[in-house]
Design a protein around this ligand. Structure first.
Ligand SMILES: Nc1ncnc2c1ncn2[C@@H]1O[C@H](COP(=O)(O)OP(=O)(O)OP(=O)(O)O)[C@@H](O)[C@H]1O
Ligand SMILES: [Mg+2]
Length: 104
C-alpha cells in the first residue's frame, strides 16, 4: 500500500511559453503530490526557471492549464499563487551578504 495520494496537489498540463522566437516550454505536463519532494532537472536553458516563474505567477504561460488543489487556472499572479499555496525561493548566490561560503 502506498502513502502517495491519488490526486496531485499540483498539476500542469500542456504549458507553453515563448519569449519572442524562443520556444522555452513546448507543452509541459507535471504532477506533484502532497508530501513529495520533486526535483526538476535539466540542461541550461531547458526551461526550469520558466516553469517555476509560471507557478509563482511571475510570468504567464501562452497556453496550458495549472491545477492546484483541484482548482483550475489559466494563469497565476504572485498573489493568487501565494494564496493557492505556492511559495518560491529563488536562486541567490549571496543569501546572507555578511557571511562568506565557509560560514553558511
Ligand atoms: N526573459 C527572457 N527573454 C528571452 N528569452 C528567455 C527569457 N527567459 C528565458 N529565456 C530563454 O528561454 C529558455 C528557457 O530558459 P530558462 O531560464 O527557463 O531555463 P533554465 O532551465 O532555468 O536554465 P538555467 O539552467 O540556465 O537556469 C532559454 O532558451 C532562455 O534563453
Ligand atoms: Mg534557471
Amino acid at each position: 500500500m502506498s502513502d502517495v495520494p491519488v490526486q496531485p496537489f499540483l498539476e500542469i498540463r500542456g504549458i507553453r511559453k515563448k519569449y519572442g522566437s524562443v520556444e522555452a516550454l513546448k507543452g509541459v505536463d507535471l504532477k506533484a503530490y502532497s508530501g513529495e519532494v520533486l526535483a526538476i532537472v535539466g540542461d541550461n536553458g531547458a526551461g526550469k526557471s520558466s516553469i517555476i516563474k509560471i507557478l509563482s505567477g511571475a510570468i504567464t504561460p501562452d497556453s496550458g492549464e495549472i491545477i492546484i488543489a483541484g482548482k483550475k487556472y489559466n494563469r497565476l499572479n504572485p498573489k493568487t499563487a501565494l494564496a493557492a499555496g505556492i511559495s518560491t525561493v529563488y536562486q541567490d548566490l549571496a543569501l546572507v551578504n555578511t557571511l562568506n561560503y565557509r560560514c553558511i
